[in-house]
Design a protein around this ligand. Structure first.
Ligand code: ZN
Length: 154
């Protein structure tokens, strides 16, 4: 997404957790504990991926995007689809996104990354000619998910 910034990647932490599991220092019971809320969010607002679950290896992971920030008011803490994020990113100045991967098969869940979205990330201002540019950015971001899904089906 065009305004994405201050990305924090948690893949290293995920590898550590999976290594702990392989070594038997933690059990799947401790790791596969997705709450009913998280699973509902995955079903209704999640973004399907073509990544296999590292635990059960029978389901693909779903990414859930949680949004936080003062500008969101009562929507803070809720899950949003990627298409909705693109629209918010062009509307609001700044908000935080947390991406959680969830397996609907075995309830594995882990924080993937966090980043900031919003108009504040657009360089060169948002007035005048960049309005159109911003709109095409939204369209491109919204299309990315569908494109990924089509590729996954091949
Ligand atoms: Zn799984």
């Amino acid at each position: 997404m065009r305004t994405q910034r201050q990305v924090v990647d948690y893949s290293l932490r995920k590898r550590v957790v999976l290594r702990e599991l392989l070594a038997g220092r933690v059990g799947t019971y401790d790791l596969c504990d997705a709450s009913p809320y998280l699973k509902n969010a995955a079903r209704f607002h999640g973004e399907p991926t073509d990544q296999r679950c590292p635990i059960c290896r029978s389901e693909n992971l779903t990414h859930v995007h949680y949004i936080y920030g003062d500008e969101l008011k009562q929507s803070a803490g809720q899950a949003r689809t990627v298409a909705e994020l693109s629209v918010l990113a062009m509307t609001l100045r700044e908000f935080q996104v947390f991406v959680v991967e969830v397996c609907l098969g075995c309830d594995w869940n882990h924080l993937v990354e966090q980043y900031l979205l919003g108009r504040d990330g657009l360089t060169g201002g948002v007035d005048g000619g960049s309005e159109q540019e911003a709109a095409s950015g939204v369209a491109a971001a919204a299309g990315a998910g569908a494109r990924r899904r089509r590729e996954a089906q091949r």
